[in-house]
Design a protein around this ligand. Structure first.
Ligand code: NDP
Length: 317
């Protein structure tokens, strides 16, 4: 009998790739359909940051010992509840950094060059070569908020566009050649493009607020590929409507999957449905990493990609 693994996200690719190796229980609609034997046999739960697992959910599976998150962000998992129950937690550290950085550049190019707008005009036959020349993408300054895996991958791409990078994160990165800026407001002030690549959660909640957007200024663009909660959406909408900033590109939203009608009505913002990290190649890497973590867990070894809270534990569980 193969190992029993529960999965509470719908993404079919993970069901196929993991289902080929384990007895997979589809728990997207809850756990009540599992028999007592299946509940008892299920020691692993696969989830994603937007879905996660509460302590009460963990209690649905009495022998749960490992939660594997497919992506880097794992904000939906109550890690403290897991640790209190002796449950280990892994995440997809770094698997989608390249994809998200690619997508951030796509949003930047689209917004600055107004590609969606120009595409609509061209298709309609409204050929207008002289309509409002769009700014140069290159030879500008990019401020990266969050110099982790995604931030570093984005910085490398920006360098290829002759864009000067500086950044703000909790700690300076001495191994990277970019200038560290001590506050987010100062970073915005020094940037043409401000790109949020930070996790969600209380420490980044509405970090990009009216004051930061004001500092970015009327030629500035804001991009968010981190989490919707990082920006005060009402302040962003007001800044886009009033010309306080020039434009934006957003892949994540505070109220996703609902997107505010005011944002949809604006021409100076490019919107995508939280798809930056979503690519078939990334899904394969994430599924492989989950399998490596499950194997390490089964063999009593340290997890391959534990969440930081677990790495910090001594003694490790
Ligand atoms: P990392 O953990 O590698 O990097 C996170 C960075 O954010 C670090 O530099 C960290 O600082 C910084 N940071 C965290 N909290 C704060 C804070 N309060 N103030 C300032 N800086 C902070 O993560 P990744 O780069 O891999 O991913 C970042 C986030 O992107 C994920 O957590 C997820 O939410 C989001 N994401 C979005 C995807 C999408 O499809 N749009 C896909 C994948 C991820 P320090 O280094 O000093 O600790």
């Amino acid at each position: 009998m193969s190992q029993h693994v529960a999965i509470n996200i719908k993404t079919q690719a993970y069901h196929s790739m993991l289902g080929a190796h384990y007895t997979l229980h589809d728990c997207t609609a809850g756990y009540t359909h599992l028999t007592d034997e299946e509940r008892a046999a299920t020691r692993v739960l696969v989830t994603a940051g937007f879905r996660g697992a509460t302590g009460a959910e963990m209690d649905e599976l009495p022998n749960l010992a490992l939660i594997c998150c497919v992506g880097t962000g794992y904000e939906g998992i109550d890690v403290q509840a897991a640790l209190a129950r002796g449950i280990r937690v892994s995440h997809g550290a770094g698997v989608n950094a390249g994809a998200v950085a690619d997508h951030a550049m796509a949003l930047l190019l689209s917004a600055v060059r107004a590609i969606p707008h120009q595409d609509r005009l061209t298709r309609s036959g409204a050929w207008n070569y002289t309509e409002t020349p769009r700014p140069l993408v290159s030879r500008k300054k990019m401020g990266i908020f969050g110099m982790g895996g995604i931030g570093a991958a984005l910085a490398r791409r920006a360098a290829a566009f002759d864009i000067e990078v500086s950044y703000h994160s909790r700690t300076p990165k001495t191994d990277l050649p970019y200038a560290y800026v001590a506050s987010l407001r100062e970073l915005a002030e020094a940037s043409d493009y401000l790109v949020a690549c930070v996790p969600g959660g209380p420490s980044t909640q509405h970090a990009v607020n009216a004051e930061v957007l004001e500092a970015l200024g009327p030629k500035g663009y804001f991009f968010n590929v981190g989490r919707g909660s990082v920006v005060d959406t009402a302040a962003l909408i007001a800044a886009l409507q009033s010309g306080t900033i020039k434009g934006a590109g957003l892949d994540v939203f505070e109220t996703e999957p609902d997107v505010p009608a005011e944002l949809c009505a604006l021409e100076n913002v490019v919107l995508t449905p939280h798809m930056a990290g979503n690519a078939p190649e990334v899904q394969e890497m994430a599924a492989d990493l989950i399998r490596e973590n499950i194997t390490a867990f089964n063999e009593g070894r340290a997890l391959v990609s534990p969440v930081p809270e677990m790495r910090a534990l001594t003694p490790a569980i």
